[in-house]
Design a protein. Structure first.
Ligand SMILES: O=C(O)CCC(=O)C(=O)O
Length: 292
């Protein structure tokens, strides 16, 4: 039997998301976590976090530094931190393993264990079950949602950041490496919201200008009681339609909520917007998902 059933497909189409249990074994989750632990052991903390900034001009440079660091991260493995984890001297105020918000955006390309999961038979089976003909991998992230300080992710649609023509070509796969619950910051969705288009786009600004990106349109104000929680057990995956509205709360619990997530795009008859922050590079064109 397929890992993803016809009922799952129907639910994904109706709601814009679906939770599938058992994509990974507990051991596979632990191996991914262990590898991330090693990556963090060896991380180079980016210069813009380490440098002491004293004047307004310095602060501007810092902002420029962090924006450059982000916008060129599509084909690299880079580190993004929670707010308030560095002191004025650029030293960690918390243990470094507890300081990170996420690592992105090319784990799927450069880290063999992550690459293996991304191209696994079950993942390829999901894409085939959904009828994807020529899926490619756009980006990947490891998100920590640290205990006590893991920040809120406000309501958004992924197509705001990963825009295609036509819409409806992008899907996120969000794999829980630990149980994700309402206490430690699981995802929440507005079921069916993927059918109403997008309200906002993030676009690159003209070369040489700053900031490097800007928004067109605004995120709508969503009614709190229209969101439903999507808790998922360790090893499960949430499929996220590119236009479904979703969010996650801050993590004020004592449990972390590590996930590995990546986005795929149906490349057949799809135009990837040149205005997106993320662009394929010579170093890393978007790799095909199917290996056979
Ligand atoms: O992991 C989270 O808390 C939010 C992730 C998310 O919304 C996304 O990747 O689009």
């Amino acid at each position: 039997m397929d890992f993803m059933t016809d009922r799952d497909v129907q639910k994904y189409k109706e709601d814009g998301f679906v939770v599938l249990d058992g994509l990974l074994s507990s051991q596979e989750c632990d191996e991914l976590r262990q590898r991330m632990n090693e990556i963090v052991d060896q991380m180079d903390v980016p210069e813009h976090c380490r440098t002491t900034f004293t004047t307004y001009h310095d602060e501007q440079l810092k902002t420029q530094g962090s924006a450059d660091y982000f916008i060129t991260s599509g084909d690299k493995i880079r580190f993004f931190f929670e707010k308030g984890v560095f002191d004025d001297q650029g030293e960690f105020k918390v243990p470094k393993h507890l300081s990170l918000n996420k690592v992105g955006h090319a784990l799927h390309a450069y880290e063999p264990l992550y690459k293996k999961v991304t191209h696994s038979a079950k993942v390829q089976g999901i894409a085939k079950k959904l009828g994807l003909v020529s899926p490619v991998i756009l980006q990947s992230m490891y998100i920590f949602k640290q205990p006590g300080i893991g920040g809120e992710v406000t309501a958004h649609q992924d197509a705001t950041f990963l825009h295609t023509e036509p819409l409806g070509r992008v899907m996120g796969l969000w794999i829980a490496l630990e149980d994700a619950t309402v206490n430690n910051g699981c995802l929440w969705f507005i079921p069916g919201s993927h059918r109403s288009g997008i309200s906002r786009r993030m676009v690159r600004t003209p070369k040489g200008s700053f900031p490097l990106t800007d928004f067109i349109g605004r995120e709508q104000a969503y009614q709190e009681d229209t969101f439903v929680a999507a808790p998922v057990q360790k090893g499960g995956v949430v499929l996220i339609h590119g236009e479904v509205v979703h969010r996650s709360a801050e993590n004020i619990s004592e449990e972390s909520r590590h996930v590995y997530t990546f986005h795929v795009m149906e490349a057949l008859d799809t135009r990837w917007s040149p205005d997106n922050w993320l662009q394929p590079t010579e170093e890393l064109p978007f790799p095909p998902l199917y290996t056979k």
